[in-house]
Design a protein around this ligand. Structure first.
Ligand code: PLP
Length: 412
């Protein structure tokens, strides 16, 4: 019996929903339903903040949240904000990035948009197809006199090659910022992500394993930079009536900080469940031809919040998109993160039509992200993996059916 209250055997081809069987799940199985910490503690905090009538503007919960995050990451400053996209924009401005900035295309589009929004050109760099992270070997040929910085993205919570990026940045006099939105709770060579480069940006969006509904932060050891960002996120106010800097509204609310603090208290439990799920997926997916699960370095701290598989169509006999269609037919909402890559999205596709990123294109055509988090149990994982195994086993039939369906949709 699965959590949705139904048990649907997946043993032969006809059991696959895409081939006519009943869907495995009655309710959609999302890749990451939000983790909720201790509800009583959360509601108590809500009551407190309502009693205080201090709802935003650097309230006590925001201050406490900043302190806890900075302590946990071993950094001098955490500047909490309303989300990671605004945090990126503020960090980019505070670091005086301009002209061109080198970024991966294989990332959530907010990384590129945060630059473009400020009329800075993102210069897309290819990734290492094994790590899915910015390939240091591809960076230098992209540096021009207009280049002011590099933004590395710790995708899937796996750390960039921080040392190589820092060395390149230093040699060329560039700023180094990290988009660490997916990497809270992860480490690089034993040191927590958060303290690298000039600054790092975190996300506490509802889809992240630690959430504050919406939320983000910039963490840094640079005192002057932190001070500048505190001004910038609050319209540039240094005091009542005294504006000393251009600014915007990037403040985190007390409600968000209350959720963030409560989530932090359950952090170890969330990571424990993610790690259990990650290991279960490894067991159940082992030996399926053409399916490789992205691994995490067990010698580092990880948050294990993404279960990522890569499909080699030539070996599996099944395309990534056909597998996604087979899973969706079962109500498993597997996602193609971060397809097709920023360079193939607007406005970048039109602005830079000649960008060639072979590793990005290849990885973006192969990856699929599967459900995990505290809303997903061992039985669901076993079922999802059985579907993957069966879909690969009957790959030719699945491909035909998906193709037929597309044809009939196109004909409508
Ligand atoms: C790599 C990356 N950068 C930036 C963001 C934007 O974060 P937020 O939703 O908090 O603005 C995300 C969110 O998923 C992300 O994954």
């Amino acid at each position: 019996m699965n959590l949705s209250g139904r048990s649907v055997a997946k043993e032969v081809a006809a059991d696959l929903a895409v081939l006519g069987g009943a869907p495995a799940f009655a309710e959609p199985l999302h890749i990451g339903r939000p983790n909720i910490g201790d509800r009583e503690r959360l509601l108590a905090r809500f009551n407190d903040l309502l009693d205080r009538r201090w709802l935003t503007n650097a309230g006590p919960y925001v201050q406490e949240f900043e302190t806890r995050i900075a302590e946990r990451l071993g950094v001098a400053h955490c500047v909490a904000m309303c989300n990671a996209t605004i945090a990126l924009e503020i960090a980019i401005r505070a670091l005086d990035l301009r002209g061109e900035v080198i970024v991966p295309s294989f990332t959530f589009v907010a990384t590129a948009h945060a630059l473009q929004w400020q009329e800075i050109s993102p210069v897309f760099c290819d990734i290492d197809p094994c790590t899915h992270l910015l390939d240091p070997a591809c960076i230098e040929e992209l540096i021009t006199p207009r280049t002011s910085g590099i933004i590395g993205v710790h995708l899937w919570g796996r750390a960039c090659d921080v040392d190589a990026l820092a060395e390149i940045a230093q040699r060329h006099g560039l700023r180094l910022l990290f988009d660490a939105a997916p990497a809270f709770g992860c480490s690089y060579r034993g040191r927590m992500i958060g303290g690298f480069g000039h600054a790092e940006v975190l996300s506490f969006h509802a889809t992240k394993f630690l959430n504050s509904f919406e939320g983000g932060a910039v963490v840094t050891d640079d005192h002057a930079l932190a001070e500048r960002m505190r001004l910038m996120k609050n319209f540039g106010f240094a005091d009542y009536d005294e504006v000393v800097h251009v600014g915007t509204n990037g403040k985190m609310t007390e409600v968000a900080a209350a959720m963030g603090l409560t989530s932090l208290e359950s952090l170890d439990e969330f990571i424990g469940v993610n790690q259990r799920n990650y290991r279960l997926y490894r067991q159940h997916l082992a030996g399926i031809p053409g399916v490789t699960q992205l691994s995490y370095d067990e010698g580092e701290a990880n948050n294990y919040q993404y279960i990522v598989i890569e499909l080699d169509e030539a070996v599996a006999g099944l395309s990534r998109d056909a597998l996604q269609a087979a899973l969706q037919a079962e109500n498993v909402l597997a996602r193609r993160y971060f397809y097709p890559g920023c360079h193939r999205m607007e406005p970048y596709r039109s602005r830079f039509p000649h960008v060639l990123l072979p590793a990005t294109d290849r990885v973006a055509s192969r990856v699929l992200t599967l459900p995990t988090g505290t809303a997903v149990g061992p039985e669901e994982i076993a079922t999802v993996c059985r579907i993957v195994r069966l879909a690969v086993e009957y790959g030719a039939q699945v491909m035909d059916r998906v193709r037929d369906r597309r044809k009939s949709l196109d004909a409508v």
